[in-house]
Design a protein around this ligand. Structure first.
Ligand code: NAI
Length: 466
């Protein structure tokens, strides 16, 4: 029987990237996945939602293109076709990952795995046969599940989750969403652009609690124009379904209010999944499996990465899980690698998009005090944004110290998801405002807003009035 160097439980962006990385390094690897490789992100999360959001954006631009000279009569959105395209995108990507695993000589074992000891897994394969996998090291990458808050009537009302909402047969006329987090706002944008009347109920005073409040305000205003209303301070207490309609009750500023919809969507957070590994004696905390910065658990030879871990510094994001996978593998094979969570980009794929890296203004002031400065450059002053006809947006720089080192960048606007990469690299290289100014940017581009914001930070703004 094969003894693997590394067995990985879970084939999401944490697990499959760890498998490929280990394969490249010449390790003998088994990847155990109960479903399709790619996990939540590739099959029912990041990728399919982006495929659909690109469809809804194209539809919105078509039906709101008068200024561009696009006048279309009788345009309609064929949701089943967009869903089929989305399924095709997922299939292509899953197929690509499977090919890569083969090329790296990773053994993909399809079935439900259980960690029976620190060096052994039992896998129930599709035909119910049990396979034993022995490995010197095990990486647990079992992800997360939809969190179901204790709301009266919620389960009986059969709310949509990220899976159901990506495959609806028709666009609901009215959609109520519980939670204005990333999922609520992204799927709210999708259905809003298709013509649904969307109400998002958020218990906190601000949607996207982690994000810059100024940018969130801008986003909420822009979404309002697409038929998406965000109600903050609204704690959902009850959900009931009457025939085809759903009624969602929330406490809003001390009074009970009912919100009616044709569908209700749950976007109230996710919970770590570590079923199947408890018996190995792994220590857990409120957020998931306890790990250190090298992804070691308390059990020697067992590692954990991705959404199933409980480290308050680690955002639960696909690209973080992948990096943790690389760190775990490197540590296993004796290389020096640790996780550093200071420079992690975070993107919300609404339209306009929201992207950030590093500290918010408030966090920077807490850490660096009075040396913190903030500079903004509005997209309406960008020639490229004007040409696009998408001027809702701002690039905001947060700097600290005498040399004005960049400690946070917050972008709302078209293609913010792409623009944040430059800011991320700048922060990684500990760039100052002057470094950014010294970097020539192509004109006309949206990326120029980053340099323009740096110019504003240095008191030398070119395309803004003082
Ligand atoms: P989330 O944690 O982002 O947001 C959940 C929201 O629901 C919070 O604002 C919370 O205050 C609110 N909430 C909870 N219970 C409530 C109640 N009873 N009434 C009203 N509001 C309530 O979680 P979400 O959006 O479900 O996303 C789950 C995970 O998926 C996140 O951790 C995120 O990192 C990841 N994700 C990332 C994406 C990206 O990076 N673009 C896209 C989608 C998901």
């Amino acid at each position: 029987m094969t003894q693997y160097d590394i067995a990985i439980l879970g084939g999401g962006p944490g697990g499959y990237v760890a498998a490929l990385h280990a394969g490249i390094k010449g390790a003998r690897v088994a990847l155990i996945e109960r479903d399709r490789v790619g996990g939540t992100c590739v099959t029912v999360g990041c990728i399919p939602s982006k495929a659909l959001l690109d469809s809804s954006h194209a539809y919105w631009m078509t039906t709101h293109g008068e200024e561009h000279g696009i006048v279309v009569q009788g345009a309609r959105f064929d949701l089943p076709r967009a869903v089929a395209r989305k399924d095709g995108v997922v299939k292509t990507l899953v197929g690509g990952i499977e090919q890569l695993l083969k090329a790296r000589k990773v053994d993909l074992i399809t079935g439900m795995g259980t960690l029976v000891s620190p060096t052994q897994l039992r896998v129930k394969t599709k035909g119910e046969a049990e396979v034993t996998v022995d490995a010197k090291n095990v990486i647990v990458a079992t992800g997360s599940n939809v969190g179901v808050p204790p709301i009266k009537g919620l389960a009986e009302a059969k709310p949509l989750d990220n899976v159901g909402a990506l495959s609806l047969p028709a666009v609901p006329r009215r959609l109520v969403i519980i939670g204005a987090g990333v999922i609520g706002l992204e799927l709210g944008t999708f259905y809003g652009e298709l013509g649904s009347s969307v109400t998002i109920l958020e218990m906190l005073p601000q949607p996207l609690a982690f994000a810059d409040p100024e940018l969130v305000r801008l986003l909420v205003r822009a979404l309002q124009a697409k038929g998406v209303t965000v109600v903050t301070g609204a704690k959902v207490t009850e959900v009931s379904r009457k025939g085809r309609a759903v009624s969602v009750t929330a406490e809003v500023e001390g009074t009970s209010r009912a919100f009616e919809g044709d569908e209700v969507l749950l976007g109230a957070g996710r919970v770590p999944n570590y079923s199947g590994v408890e018996q190995a004696g792994l220590q857990t905390n409120r957020l998931g499996i306890t790990v250190d910065e090298r992804m070691r658990t308390n059990v020697k030879g067992v590692w954990a990465i991705g959404d199933c871990i409980g480290d308050p510094r680690a955002p639960k994001l696909a690209h973080v899980a992948s990096t943790q996978g690389e760190v775990a593998v490197d540590t296993i094979i004796g290389e020096d690698a640790t996780m550093d969570y200071d420079v992690v980009p975070n993107v919300v794929y609404t339209h306009p998009e929201l992207a950030q890296v590093g500290l918010t203004e408030a966090q920077a002031k807490e850490r660096y005090g009075d040396t913190v400065k903030v500079a903004r450059f509005p997209f309406r002053a960008s020639g490229r944004a004007l040409a696009l006809g998408e001027t809702d947006g701002v690039t905001k720089l947060v700097t600290a110290g005498k040399d004005q080192r960049i400690v946070g960048v917050h972008i709302a606007g078209p293609q913010a998801s792409e623009l944040i990469a430059e800011a991320t690299l700048a922060m990684r290289l500990e760039a100052t405002v002057e470094d950014v100014i010294a970097t020539i940017h192509a004109h006309p581009t949206l990326a120029e807003t980053f340099r323009e914001a740096a110019l504003v930070a240095a008191g030398k703004g070119i395309h803004v009035a003082r």
